[in-house]
Design a binder for this molecule. Structure first.
Ligand code: ADP
Length: 221
């Protein structure tokens, strides 16, 4: 709870401060626009945070029913990549899709999209400009592997051990200045577990990381 309120205080303070400025002072148009932009961005950030917190709660309380959708892995990956590309372009990061199987996965499509999207945004967030992110896949013995590889800041073994803890962020991640709450991966891990799968991380500091989802094709049933 302490962490949650602490996390929410930052955008709230920005929203309060900015709206006060606008109401109290006669400001030039340009300045007003800039402040309105801040209010908009910070309230969106707050809304995202609340959504994510709710998802964690529903999942861990078992209140969220896993749907049993059937969807092609390649189509899921394509959609996630389309969503991440604009963010990647800002850093001139190229996202490549390699050999992702077109066959079906069974499970909650929305949650799986959350998981893959999260790995992709992390790969972009924690990589320097002008690098490459690759999504690949393979299939064997009833399981599908999907992995996201980057050429980013990487992590040492001790850090990797902790990244699925809620609110944990590596020091290097903090230093990048990229916004984050440190809860995305804890949700990804829960989603994958609910589908009877697992997640494996290989990473080298300064070189890059690879996150592999191992998913039973029948969604664990
Ligand atoms: P957030 O990105 O909001 O901080 P996550 O739970 O998604 O939270 O990730 C937790 C931490 O794991 C990140 O803060 C970062 O330190 C580390 N991490 C995740 N993905 C990567 C990656 N691709 N490369 C390097 N570090 C990563």
């Amino acid at each position: 709870m302490q962490f949650v309120t602490h996390e929410m205080r930052t955008p709230l303070t920005a929203i309060q401060g900015s709206s006060e400025l606008i109401t109290r002072y006669a400001l030039p148009d340009e300045k007003r626009k800039q402040i309105a932009g801040t209010i908009n961005a910070e309230s969106k950030r707050l809304a995202r945070m609340i959504e994510t917190f709710l998802d964690v709660e529903r999942l861990s309380a078992g209140e969220m029913d896993l749907k049993r959708d059937r969807f092609a892995a390649s189509e899921l990956v394509d959609q996630c990549v389309v969503r991440v590309r604009p963010i990647a372009q800002r850093k001139n990061i190229d996202i490549a899709i390699e050999n992702v199987p077109g066959s079906d996965l069974t499970g909650d499509r929305e949650l799986m999209e959350y998981a893959v999207y999260n790995l992709l945004t992390n790969a972009v967030k924690y990589s320097p400009p002008e690098t490459r992110v690759t999504v690949s896949g393979s299939e064997a013995r009833g399981a599908m592997r999907l992995w996201v590889e980057d050429q980013g800041i990487g992590m040492d073994k001790q850090e990797v051990r902790r990244i699925f803890e809620r609110f944990y962020r590596t020091r290097k991640a903090e230093q990048t200045g990229e916004a984050g709450t440190g809860i995305g991966l804890s949700i990804v891990e829960q989603i994958v577990a609910q589908h009877g799968g697992s997640i494996v991380v290989d990473s080298t500091p300064g070189k890059g990381s690879r996150f592999t989802l191992i998913l039973p094709k029948d969604g664990g049933q």
